[in-house]
Structure formats: C-alpha cells, structure tokens
Write a protein that binds this ligand. Structure first.
Ligand code: CMC
Length: 428
C-alpha cells in the first residue's frame, strides 16, 4: 500500500504522506501543504480533520466500537469502577492493586475545598445554572493552587493537580447544586467512595447524614464510566486547544465544561428530558414531534438523536437503555417519560428520514431518564456528564502536553471586503 497520496494542482504534483493508526485508520498529513503549494484545506466543524494522533480512545462509528486504551466499553461498564477507569484513561494501563489503593486513597484525601470557596459560591445568584457555577469554580482552583499555572511543572506536580481536580470535582458539583437550591453545603466524608460521597453531598444536609442506596451509587458509577472519554469531541478539542497555549489544567478543563454545556453536546441530556416532558404534556403522541424534527423550516431537532461519528448505533446508548430498565425496576420507579422515549425511538428507527440520515439514539437519549430515577434534577444532568468526562479531558490535556504539541491555530479562507480607504464620519 502506498505511503503517500498525490495532489495534482495547476500542473504541479504534491506528495501527501499517509499516516496509519494502530487500527489501520488512514489520514493524509497536510501539515506541509501550504508551505509547498500555498493551499490550505477547509473543513468547517472539523468533520474530516484529524487534529492529533492519540493513544487514548479508539472509536469506529460505522461499527459502533468504543474502546478506552484498547478495552471495550462494554467490559469496563460491566466490570470496572469509575476510579479505575479514570486511572486507565489518564495513565494508559489498568492499575495494579497497589496502584489502585494509592490512587483511590489520594483522591479521597483531597476532596475537601478551601473554606474561601464558600465566599465565591455565595457571590452567585441562587438560581445560577450549576454548569456556569461549576466552570467558574474549576477556574478558581488556579487561585488556590497558583503553582498549577507553571507550564514547566514536573510529572509529579502535574499528577498532584490531576488528583486535586478529580477529588474536588464532586464536591464542587454538589456545592453548585446546593447553591442553586439555597441549602447549606455538605462537606465530603472520606469513608465513602467517589459516587457515595457525591450523592451524600448532593442530597444530605449538614444536620442529617444520608444512607447511600447501593443501587443508586452503582448506577451513577456506570454512567460516569460510559461518559469518561470520547476522543476529539467539541469539549475535548476545546480542552486540548486551550491547553496548547500552555494554559493550566484547571483553566483548560473549565473551558471544556463550558463547551460541554451546549445543547448539541452534553447539554442534550437536559434537552432530551425537556423534550419528553413537552411531548407528555402535549398528550404523549410522538408523531407531531417526529414531523417537527423532519421539517426543515422548524428549528426543532430530536434531542438525543444523531451523532457526528456514530452512524449505526452508539454503543453507550445500548448499555444505557438496558441500564435504564434495570435501575428503574430496582428502584421501583415508574416514569411515563421512559415509555414515551421508547415509543419515540421505535417510530424514529422506522422512519425513512432518520434511517436515511443514519440518526440513532445517542448516549444522552436514555441517560437523563436514569438520572431522574436517581433523583438528580434536570439542570444537574450536564454537570453529571462533566464529572464523567473529567478523566478524558485530563488524559487528553496530559497527552497533548507530553507530546509537546504546537499551539492550536487553524487558518481560514477570508470572504470579506477587499482593501478600502477609511472615510471620516462626517463624509458618510
Ligand atoms: N433531529 C432531526 N434531524 C437531525 C438530527 C436530529 N437530532 N440530527 C441530525 N439531523 C439531520 C440534519 O438536519 C441533517 O439533515 P440534512 O442532511 O437534510 O441537512 C443531517 O441529519 C445531518 O446532520 P448534521 O447536523 O449535519 O450532523 P452533525 O454531525 O453536524 O451533528 C449532532 C451531530 C449530534 C450535533 C446532531 O445530530 C444533533 O443536533 N443531534 C441532537 C443533539 C444531541 O443529541 N446531541 C448529543 C450528541 S451525543 C453527546 C455528545 O457527545 O455530545
């Protein structure tokens, strides 16, 4: 097989090296094209652009394959824990027993947050959306750990920043929620595991401890695993590009949280429930909403449907759909919205519009239904996604910095005015 492709343009031939990945994925290296030919490439939304070579996640959207560091998502979701998966994603290998013990003890030890954070939190209006609060609090970590700003830090120091971020994220997320509902914050309790601790800080009060339901904690852990990493999506690319300017881990992840917030990305989980509720309030018939989604004059889209890379099925959605049935069954929750979701899915999968465009339920279609059954309020759904995605953002930031990647700076094709002379205001 040839290791380059030829581009013929205006009588010249340019050789473009072919880069091959470990799963035989092929890409044209166009990094020298402009220097040789004056041409750049254009690809709005980076639909066909590889921004990096990465050893973290393999994804085949046609076959519905997702693997973290080579391990299939199905195996990890069934057998592993979120903290173990986080270690795998960030450091590349499953931890030994000794490494895992140290890792979980380090993360448990650093859950507490500086008391001054409470004053920052009090500055937000009580109805502030927790995603905005969370991203602000994560950036604020730079003020408490100013040494994290130094781009020349050693691997050990970077590891400490990573541990702090993973450890404090559930505390920050739960506090963002407490601020929203006007309740006093609950401090972390280090005898609990990652999800148990978060649930207690979310739903407990300082006066009354909370018994953690193992079904709820296990379901949350599985959801976090399923969201933990997804290669170069919008928020992860944001983290990498912000980090490429040598901005700190905390600043880069905060930017990722904001990118995740939008309804076309992580915000879709909240939008799905809003949509299903609207269908329910409208009598429960899905046909009207399918018609709206197909109408090009109508901005409405079927939230939780479609994906940039999955064109047959989203493997995470399959696992979550099954988990939704299990969790609701175990908790004895009967949510009419689940029935509407299933009706909607069935109707869409048989509809020519959705079949033709290869639009299938994505990870967000059923996750909101589980979050709801766990008692998590709708505007915290995307915060849950952010908690899950954190290891992915961290690993991608770390990989980008270890590879010493250049600052991200795409080019453009200019379509504005040609040069013209300034006309003073009295002559206009
Ligand atoms: N409902 C109706 N039509 C859709 C939908 C949808 N949810 N998604 C895509 N289409 C149509 C779109 O109108 C276009 O049609 P046409 O070819 O006639 O112009 C075609 O399908 C291709 O869509 P696209 O917008 O070019 O695809 P994309 O790869 O740019 O967008 C997407 C991917 C996820 C943004 C989009 O499918 C969407 O908006 N889905 C709803 C929001 C959602 O669920 N987002 C969560 C994604 S998964 C979680 C995550 O990782 O972020």
């Amino acid at each position: 097989m040839s290791d380059f492709a030829e581009l013929h343009y205006e009588g010249n031939v340019y050789k473009l090296p072919v880069v091959t990945g470990s799963e035989e994925e092929r890409a044209l290296d166009i990094s020298k094209l402009r220097g040789q030919s004056g041409l750049i490439t254009i690809d709005p939304g980076y639909k066909n652009t590889g921004s990096t070579q990465s050893a973290i996640t393999f994804l085949d959207g046609e076959k519905g394959i997702l693997r973290y560091r080579g391990y299939p998502i199905e195996q990890l979701a069934e057998k592993s824990t979120f903290l173990e998966v986080a270690y795998l994603i960030i450091f590349g290998e499953l931890p030994t027993q000794e490494e895992y013990k140290q890792w979980s003890s380090d993360i448990t030890y650093h859950t507490l947050i500086h008391e001054d954070f409470k004053r920052i939190l009090e500055g937000f209006p009580s109805n502030a959306h927790p995603m905005g609060v969370l991203s602000s609090l994560v950036t604020s970590l730079t003020a408490f750990y100013p040494e994290s700003l130094d781009p020349t830090r050693s691997a050990d120091e970077v590891r400490m920043n990573i541990i702090r971020l993973l450890a404090k994220m559930p505390t920050l997320a739960a506090w963002a929620y407490k601020n929203e509902i006007g309740q006093p914050i609950v401090y972390p309790k280090n005898s609990l595991d990652y999800c148990g601790n978060f649930l207690r800080m979310m739903f407990g009060t300082p006066a009354e401890d909370l018994d953690i339901d193992p079904t709820v904690a296990a379901a949350l852990d599985k959801l976090l695993i399923l969201h933990a990493e997804h290669e170069q999506n919008c928020s992860t690319s944001t983290v990498r590009i912000v980090g490429s300017s040598h901005a700190s881990l905390y600043a880069s992840v905060s930017a990722g949280i904001n990118a995740l917030w939008g309804p076309l990305h992580g915000g879709a989980n909240q939008a799905v429930i809003d949509m299903l509720e609207a269908i329910k309030a409208d009598g429960g018939s899905v046909d009207k909403y399918l018609a709206k989604a197909k109408d090009k004059e109508d901005p409405f889209r079927l939230m939780g449907f479609g994906h940039r890379v999955y064109k047959n099925f989203d493997p995470r959605a399959r696992i979550i759909k099954k988990a939704a049935d299990d969790v609701l069954g175990k908790l004895g929750v009967n949510d009419p919205v689940l029935d509407i979701a299933k009706k909607l899915e069935m109707a869409a999968l048989e509809d020519e519009y959705f079949v033709e465009r290869k639009l299938y339920p994505n990870v967000d279609f059923y996750s909101g239904i589980i979050y709801r059954a766990l008692g998590i309020p709708t505007n915290m759904f995307t915060v849950m996604f952010a908690m899950g995605r954190l290891p992915g953002w961290v690993a991608q930031w770390r990989e980008m910095r270890s590879n010493n990647e250049p600052i991200g700076r795409p080019r453009q094709v200019y379509t504005g005015e040609n040069e013209r002379n300034y006309v003073s205001i009295d002559q206009r």
